[in-house]
Design a binder for this molecule. Structure first.
Ligand code: 6GU
Length: 236
């Protein structure tokens, strides 16, 4: 069972998300638990303040360190080498999330996801309590809540026994080095467009060959970067 605790100022955003689809299936199946924690409940002032203006001036607000560190330590314990929980902050400054990172995270006992908001988070809170920072791509969102949901869904479907057919997790895009090619279902003809004949031929070998050619062609056309060796492993 993977336990995920989410620290956020918008816990309501997660209510429907954790009950539906693959995440709901994982929760009901006992492979996953997701609990949300309102950051404001870890404040001590009457106004329940979670942000303040930046030292040095400038636009926007910064998340205060006290409620964040209090919340993280209440859920994960202090940051020590033997801490059993992994604390992940969702922020555009993080490492870009990929399938390999999801796979590593899905094997943890407990994840504490910290949703950043405003223009940033006091660096001392990150240094004192966070293990790693993760981004979901090079574009701007207003907070880490949607990225946290992406991470939760991505790990939920990797938990043993969650997907009906374990092969469907393996065949999909990014598990391997290529994208999945085109898929078709009934009807065999739609608005004058027929399904490729090989898929209806009953020849499983021919279907497999066609799919792997299509997969390679899709990847060449759409994501040629996936076919190049990773940065740092290039031949001279
Ligand atoms: Cl993790 N947070 C925010 N605020 N924006 C993002 C992001 C995260 N990943 C991509 N854009």
């Amino acid at each position: 069972m993977l336990r995920i605790d989410v620290i956020t100022i918008f816990p309501g955003l997660f209510d429907a998300f954790v009950g539906e689809s693959i995440v709901g299936i994982a929760v009901r199946g006992g492979q996953l638990s997701v609990e949300t924690h309102d950051l404001r409940s870890y404040t001590t002032d009457p106004h329940r303040t979670v942000d303040d203006s930046p030292f040095g001036g400038g636009a926007g607000m910064v998340m205060k360190p006290e409620p964040l560190v209090t919340a993280i330590e209440a859920l994960a314990g202090p940051k020590e080498p033997n801490r059993s929980a992994r604390v992940v902050m969702l922020t555009p400054q993080g490492q870009k999330l990929d399938q390999n990172r999801l796979s590593v995270l899905s094997r943890e006992q407990q994840l504490v996801l910290v949703c950043g908001r405003y223009e940033g988070v006091d660096q001392r809170a990150i240094d004192l309590a966070v293990d790693e920072e993760v981004s979901i791509g090079d574009y701007v969102l207003s907070g880490g809540e949607v990225p946290a949901m992406a991470l939760i869904e991505g790990v939920a479907r990797l938990l043993p026994g969650v997907l009906g057919n374990p092969e469907s997790a393996l065949n999909e895009s990014f598990q391997g080095p290529t994208l999945e090619g085109p898929q078709y279902t009934r009807p065999a003809e739609f608005r004058g467009h027929a399904v490729p004949a090989v898929l209806r031929s009953g020849d499983h070998g021919a279907v497999q060959r066609w799919r792997s050619e299509q997969s390679m062609e899709y990847t060449r056309q759409r994501r040629p970067d996936l076919l190049r060796p990773p940065e740092g492993e290039k031949q001279s």
